[in-house]
Design a protein around this ligand. Structure first.
Ligand SMILES: [Fe+2]
Ligand SMILES: [Fe+2]
Length: 188
């Protein structure tokens, strides 16, 4: 499937706002990948498709977790917003014919993060947050840091993600805390 075909398929799957966000994340991921000498084509695909499972109803998402054998912890079983990345990673192969470990990892962990992320996973995690339609005031700090120190940018993003989860009163996935601790520890 060409990137144009993937884009058209995605357009039919997502709400307009989410589709536009996906295009933005794709461009942002390419920009960061270029800066770090990462694989730009993989960044383009992972950025475009990272939210490909986002608009499925909750019941369908959980049914697909069962189907793909995705192991959910207690938090993910209760917070549907956390699982679209896991399902999306499996849909890459099933729906888009993409069988690539790095792209799979980047899509799988884009919501919750994981300690010691591969470069492409870091790029998608950050691009999801720094794409131009994201307006939270703390995002500028990440935009200003990402090209200088990607791990520092990750810490700023993780801190703010945790703060906003606390503010919303939703469940926090332990991966997000473990990821923050990993990068804080690494900076010591
Ligand atoms: Fe997402
Ligand atoms: Fe996203």
């Amino acid at each position: 499937m060409t990137i144009e075909q993937m884009t058209e398929k995605l357009r039919n799957t997502l709400e307009e706002k989410r589709f536009n966000h996906s295009l933005n994340v794709m461009e942002e991921a390419v920009r960061i990948a270029n800066h770090y000498g990462a694989d730009v084509e993989k960044a383009r695909i992972a950025g475009l498709l990272h939210d490909c499972a986002k608009n499925y109803p909750k019941e369908e998402l959980y049914a697909m977790c069962d189907k793909f054998g995705i192991c959910l912890n207690e938090t993910a079983k209760k917070e549907a917003g956390l699982i679209h990345g896991f399902v999306g990673a499996y849909l890459l192969k099933e729906e888009y014919g993409i069988d690539d470990e790095e792209i799979f990892d980047a899509v799988y962990y884009h919501t919750i993060g994981k300690p010691d992320m591969p470069l492409l996973t870091k790029i998608i995690f950050i691009a999801d947050c720094t794409e131009p339609s994201r307006k939270a005031e703390w995002v500028d700090e990440i935009r200003n840091t990402v090209c200088e120190d990607i791990d520092k940018a990750l810490i700023i993003q993780l801190d703010n993600t945790i703060r906003s989860v606390l503010k919303k009163g939703t469940l926090l996935h332990t991966n997000t805390v473990d990821t923050r601790n990993f990068y804080i520890e690494q900076k010591r």
